[in-house]
Design a protein around this ligand. Structure first.
Ligand SMILES: *[C@@H]1O[C@H](CO)[C@@H](O)[C@H](O)[C@H]1NC(C)=O
Ligand SMILES: *[C@@H]1O[C@H](CO)[C@@H](O)[C@H](O)[C@H]1NC(C)=O
Ligand SMILES: *[C@@H]1O[C@H](CO)[C@@H](O)[C@H](O)[C@H]1NC(C)=O
Ligand SMILES: *[C@@H]1O[C@H](CO)[C@@H](O)[C@H](O)[C@H]1NC(C)=O
Ligand SMILES: *[C@@H]1O[C@H](CO)[C@@H](O)[C@H](O)[C@H]1NC(C)=O
Ligand SMILES: *[C@@H]1O[C@H](CO)[C@@H](O)[C@H](O)[C@H]1NC(C)=O
Ligand SMILES: *[C@@H]1O[C@H](CO)[C@@H](O)[C@H](O)[C@H]1NC(C)=O
Length: 508
């Protein structure tokens, strides 16, 4: 797989490790441009797309969070940089389009976040963008203790995961402040940690089917493997400054077992359903394995199996290799590793993806998605950039939606999607002074496959126009201010859906 990429690896890595990060920054706090519309109050980051080849089908699902303006929404964009859908504003994360009972759904975390984790619930929307499940984890009955005490939260699901199983359950992470002996790493004996937990929860009843705590397995998930420094703000000295052990950020279930990623331990764990660690891959020391050439990783995200047998597994990840407490000098790449589970315990690099023209040094977050035809989609979290690579590791798309460290998304996934909004199309219309024409602006938040718009006045069809992006502008003759129009969707699942009647105004 991707031998051409592998072949030029050592040389390229030497080259990039000597370069400084070409941060695409806003000079003097300049704000990234937003796209606005006449027919809708929606504002969304402008998306700058460059395509160098054919991309896989599907739309782009993510949660742009504008740090300077302090706003964010779940969103879907198309490959031409056009918004397709924007959801409610709030703090969102871990958005994943997935299948549930044979139907495509969107799952995402929403709640209160800060200091790298959060407390909230998971919303699951159907293809009409209606919430069909709200998954919660009761803070009180689980005796959660948070760094934000005495603030209270109803649900204590963390920001990092929203993975559905094929059994009507969901996998999520949680963070609990608890006491731990930190003397083995030079901290206090009566120290404090941010214990990392995973839960499997029934979607319908919110019943907890599986709970696992890293701290309760500290003999197999040792403190000494953590790479985060034991200093403020995570000194472990007191309850408000708990040590960042182990910072979990991805879970997946294979059969009865759980694959787990720990960012601060630079580790991947495979857990049995009885909670014991079956194997441990450490990105710097190897853990139970022997790291081969180019297989080192750290501060990684979105670890998944590509294939699994009893002899070996192949896994992919977004290897940040940087954090807020390291420099920004290690190249961030997507990597695929093969692990021999028996005998040699060798780890082999199968492929590595990065954008050589615009390399990224991502401080936090990110995702790696294997698409069809050997393609790979990557997002770089704190660096708001999406890339797609083809089966030869060649970049075929690059998309930017913000300046570094001022806009972010935890993950981005490409997914096929047909949206059938339960709302009506939105319309604004006004007279264009001097032209003798009226401008009709129409959009339908979340509608994916409509083809054209029909404009009606007094019951008569007066104009048809092809849909053009999120909002289509239609110029219409012989209409004056005060007249009423309606607009109807044509083609696709929403065929025949009409807007409310709107009056043409003097100006837009
Ligand atoms: C988008 O890309 C074009 C072409 O590369 C560039 O000129 C423009 O400045 C970019 N826009 C933003 C907002 O970065
Ligand atoms: C989002 O989280 C921030 C803290 O990171 C908080 O100040 C803000 O109120 C939250 N917003 C919502 C809508 O919960
Ligand atoms: C989505 O859920 C809503 C509320 O339950 C329902 O009315 C709607 O028909 C559903 N849409 C689809 C496409 O299943
Ligand atoms: C599916 O869930 C049910 C209960 O919710 C459980 O009894 C069963 O073991 C689960 N199956 C798998 C494969 O996890
Ligand atoms: C969180 O830690 C406290 C002790 O600080 C403990 O009593 C409680 O059971 C823990 N909760 C969870 C969910 O592990
Ligand atoms: C907790 O420890 C941090 C640094 O380790 C310190 O800045 C802070 O003041 C301490 N808080 C309390 C309540 O003692
Ligand atoms: C947990 O399960 C594994 C097999 O998945 C087994 O090897 C181990 O002995 C079990 N541990 C306990 C404590 O039951």
């Amino acid at each position: 797989m991707c031998h051409s990429v592998l072949a030029r690896l050592p040389k390229a890595l030497t080259l990039f490790s000597t370069l400084l990060s070409p941060v695409i920054a806003s000079s003097s706090g300049e704000l990234w441009p937003l796209q606005t519309y006449k027919s809708s109050p929606i504002k969304t980051p402008h998306m700058n797309v460059t395509k160098m080849g054919q991309t896989e089908p599907g739309l782009l699902f993510f949660t742009p969070q504008d740090i300077l303006r302090n706003i964010g929404q779940p969103a879907i964009y198309s490959d031409d940089g056009q918004l397709v859908w924007q959801g409610q504003s709030g703090n969102q994360s871990a958005l994943q389009p997935q299948m549930l009972n044979g139907e495509p759904v969107i799952a995402y975390w929403e709640g209160y976040s800060g200091e790298g984790f959060g407390f909230g619930h998971i919303s699951i929307l159907n293809s009409s963008y209606d919430e069909i499940h709200r998954v919660t984890l009761d803070c009180k009955s689980q005796n959660f203790v948070t760094v934000f005490d005495p603030m209270e939260f109803e649900s204590c699901i963390d920001i990092h995961e929203s993975q559905l199983t094929n059994n009507g359950t969901i996998l999520v992470t949680a963070v609990n402040v608890t006491q731990a002996d930190l003397s083995s790493v030079g901290g206090p004996k009566d120290g404090w940690i941010q214990d990392g937990l995973i839960y499997e929860i029934d979607l319908v009843t919110n019943e907890i089917l599986f709970r696992w705590s890293a701290h309760e397995h500290i003999d197999q998930v040792p403190l000494s493997d953590v790479r985060a420094p034991l200093e403020a703000p995570e000194s472990g000295q007191n309850k408000t400054s708990p040590y960042g052990y182990p910072h979990l950020n991805a879970i997946y279930k294979y059969g009865d077992d759980y694959l787990l990623s720990s960012r601060y331990m630079c580790s991947v764990f495979f857990l049995s359903s009885n909670g014991s660690v079956i194997w441990h891959l450490h990105g710097r020391t190897g853990g139970d394995f022997n790291l081969g050439l180019g297989t080192s990783f750290c501060y990684q995200h979105d670890v998944r199996f590509i294939s699994q047998t009893t002899e070996r597994v192949t896994l992919s990840m977004h290897n940040n290799d940087n954090t807020e407490f390291t420099g920004h000098t290690s190249l961030t790449t997507g990597i695929v590793l093969e692990l021999e589970l028996q005998g040699s315990k060798q780890v082999t690099l199968k492929s590595r993806m990065w954008d050589a023209d615009e390399p990224v040094y991502a401080e936090s977050q990110g995702s790696y998605q294997s698409l069809g035809n050997g393609h790979v989609l990557q997002d770089h979290g704190a660096t708001p950039k999406i890339e797609e690579f083809d089966e030869n590791g060649r970049i075929v798309m690059r998309a930017r939606f913000g300046y570094d460290n001022t806009m972010q998304t935890y993950r981005v996934y490409r997914y096929p999607w047909t949206g059938t909004p339960s709302t009506k199309p939105d319309v604004a219309a006004c007279v264009q002074s001097g032209s003798g024409k009226a401008a009709v602006y129409v959009s339908w938040n979340g509608a994916t496959d409509l083809e054209s718009w029909k404009v009606y006045s007094g019951g008569d069809l007066i104009q048809t126009a092809l849909r053009n992006g999120f909002e289509t502008t239609i110029m219409v003759d012989d209409l004056s201010a005060g007249e009423e129009i309606t607009v109807e969707a044509a083609g696709g699942v929403g065929d025949g859906t009409r807007s409310d009647s709107v009056m043409i105004s003097q100006s837009c």
